[in-house]
Design a protein around this ligand. Sequence first.
Ligand code: ADP
Ligand code: MG
Length: 436
Amino acid sequence: MLNDIPTTKVARAARFAKTGFNVGTNYIKHYAKKAVGAESTTADLHAANAAELYGTLSEMKGSVLKVAQMLAMEKNMLPTAYADQFAKAQYSTPPLSGPLVVKAFRDAFGKSPYQLFDEFEPEARQAASIGQVHFARKDGKELAVKVQYPGVADSIKSDIRLVKPIALRVMGLSEAQVRPYLEEVETRLLEETDYALELRRGQEIAARCQGLGNLEFPAYYPEYSTARILTMDWLTGRHLKEFLATNPSPEVRNQLGQALWDFYQFQFNTLHQLHADPHPGNFLMRADNGGTLGVLDFGCVKVVPQEVYQLFTALLAAETIADETRLAALLTQAGVLRATDAPAMRKLYLRTMQTSLELVGRPFHQATFDFGDPTYMAALYALGDDLMADPELRKQREPRGSEHFIYLNRTYVGLFALLTELGAVIETHVPAPVTV
Ligand SMILES: Nc1ncnc2c1ncn2[C@@H]1O[C@H](COP(=O)(O)OP(=O)(O)O)[C@@H](O)[C@H]1O
Ligand SMILES: [Mg+2]
């Protein structure tokens, strides 16, 4: 219940101070054990830290939980222990009590949800990362009403301030080295607390995707929505895991996978903005109506500047990977290579990027791609582990490359992971519809 969530700044700060301390303690134990020659692997250390961080994060809810979700998805960027712990964050949050939900409505509309709707279920049907989703009815329509936890938007900035030093310490980085990346993530997180923005983006992207097949978008209701409450149509369908448990045919799986692929390619290539949170909670799958994919949650949208679009596309092109001069020029433009790099370092980066781009670009380089082959996604995750384990790259701690690539990478890795789980064979070169 809400009482268990530390809401005051002091309580939150206290939780974080505790985690910072325990993470430090785990490191000390690790090195102490090493000093006496006892067995303490780096995996042990990561597991202990991850468990401690997760314990704190799940009590903090809100923005921090969102960071945890994001880290869980970027599995290839994290040691496995962290990813496993953070993955737990996805569906486990305590609900907001009935009276607090009513209060949120009174504050927003001056009315209770029972006055506003014909019917309103006081128990949430689904947890959201910074809120919860209720079922309601109005004028015969079934509605989903997402109610944000009170105080989340206000506390997100101080949460980030608290998490930052701990995260930097765990990763061994300085603030200056990661400033553009943190700013990019902070901006997206703050946007996510603005349900009015989510409503506008959901409406706009849905309208522009009308020409695409087998997709379902909810209509949004501005008259029952505010910055903290979002009302839309209730969509039927199942999350990926439950959908797969119904044994859908390969044809349906391919059809839904294709709808998902076309949706992302159209957004990237034509709209130059993307639903940047392709995790299983945000799609509802159906086979009973011939096979459609319901798309939810436009809380995280990445707008792709024109020059970033061109750079990303050029980097993934098959010709680029084969042409070292062109690759070097593009990587310099992207901030991965620097004029001051020693020749050995430059070579290492080039080789690493060649391998990475070939792998990430592979689905785009052939007419059809079988995501049902699990070795592809395994190779993608293994690449992440290899990069982190490379002793030369590890010495070069500071991250490089355009901050715009954070959400682009996340989106494509997330998309590929969904398609792999769906086991879909995708026609990757389908042209976009002309009507926008
Ligand atoms: N329109 C809807 N119809 C049916 N279920 C929904 C709808 N919107 C949200 N949900 C359910 O609530 C969950 C959380 O909603 P979501 O918008 O993804 O929240 P968050 O922004 O916190 O991720 C979804 O995974 C889904 O199960
Ligand atoms: Mg979601």
